[in-house]
Design a protein around this ligand. Structure first.
Ligand code: KG4
Ligand code: ZN
Length: 334
């Protein structure tokens, strides 16, 4: 069978990225230009600044990726691009770049859902097989997804309010840790002790999540301590907070494992880089004899390699789009 080379483009939030992946699994080159250092100054991603940065970076990122892969556009079979969900101004830059390349070089355009991309970051590590359960945990999403086959997505549950990464970043901000606070909270959690009592979010029988109550509990705790002239112990808060998050996520995964036929488990998204979440999920999978994989740390956060990998499956299934496709800030995977 002829090899298929997909050029992927991702620009849904604050990373401008391009990647070339062969046959859905073999990464030839990936370039990521992150804007974290710029948005750090504002305590979070500023959409207008993000789109302007994408405009500045996109051509250079694509050219550098082709150069690293030692390929020309004529060697590429199709162009995969994130069309949603994400920041509309940011999405439009990647999508317009992809459309332009598709038009000039007469290549098929393959629109990829951002969450599908995150899940397929695992496919670059190990070949995914089915039925599969995926826990998607990122700055913008918290979802439990069941897949009977490639691109067959069934949502079991999702967050009713804040995403888990958003909650990490807000809790970090309360204790003065700059954006994105998740990695730092993760580090501090290993130094601290579980000394603060925080509520377990949403103790019902669904597959849903809720993190705004946990975030508010941390804000109130900080406020109460300040009124007493004290300050929170950052390390203990991080340990206490992370314990509740790990327990909450694990409870939903265990419920799905007990109720569904699952052969393979993956997690995905920025928060999937978290060390305690990884080890707790690995333990659950080992106990239940379920094979699993985690994305490499560098591909937990946004990147185009995951878009090119997912794009391969969309492409071989004929799921291409015409050039009038628009970006969508909010769009369902299901
Ligand atoms: O996947 P991503 O780039 O964002 C979306 O597409 O929404 O993930 C970014 C999120 C941020 O909220 C960041 O704080 C969090 O992932 N994150 C972590 C860790 N590393 C990144 N959260 C907890 N522990 C980590 N080690
Ligand atoms: Zn993402």
């Amino acid at each position: 069978m002829k090899d298929i080379y997909i050029l992927g483009i991702e620009s849904s939030c604050d990373e401008t990225s391009c990647s070339i992946v062969k046959n859905g699994r073999e990464e030839l080159a990936t370039v990521i230009s992150s804007q974290i250092d710029i948005h750090k100054n504002y305590g979070g991603v500023v959409p207008e600044i993000a789109s302007r940065q994408h405009v500045k970076n996109i051509t250079m990122v694509i050219e550098e990726c082709l150069e690293q892969a030692k390929m020309k556009m004529t060697d590429i079979d199709a162009i995969a691009v994130t069309y949603g969900p994400g920041l509309i101004g940011s999405l439009l830059i990647g999508l317009e770049a992809a459309k332009t390349l598709a038009y000039i070089y007469d290549k098929p355009l393959v629109p990829v859902h951002h969450i599908a991309g995150h899940i397929y970051a695992n496919n670059l590590v190990k070949e995914m097989h089915f039925p599969l359960l995926s826990l998607v945990i990122s700055g913008g999403h918290t979802e439990l997804v069941y897949m009977r086959d490639h691109l067959n997505f069934e949502k079991l549950g999702g967050t009713l309010d804040d995403a888990v990464g958003e909650c990490y970043d807000k809790v970090a901000r309360v204790v003065g840790i700059p954006y994105p606070g998740g990695p730092q909270i993760d580090k501090l959690a290993h130094i601290g002790k579980v000394n603060y009592k925080l509520p377990s979010p949403l103790n019902d029988d669904s597959y849903n999540f809720s993190f705004s109550g946990l975030k508010s509990a941390v804000i109130n705790l900080n406020h109460n301590e300040e009124q007493k002239g004290h300050s929170l112990n950052k390390e203990d808060l991080a340990a206490s907070f992370q314990k509740v998050v790990v327990d909450t996520l694990c409870k939903r995964v265990e419920k799905a494992i007990s109720e569904k036929e699952i052969k393979y488990f993956v997690t995905a998204g920025g928060v999937a880089a978290n060390s305690d979440i990884r080890s707790a999920l690995a333990q659950i999978c080992d106990e239940n004899h379920i094979e699993y994989s985690f994305p490499s740390i560098k591909y937990c956060t946004d990147n185009a390699a995951m878009i090119a990998s997912a794009g391969y499956y969309y492409y071989i299934n004929g799921r291409t789009a015409t050039l009038d496709i628009n970006a969508q800030s909010s769009v369902d995977l299901y």
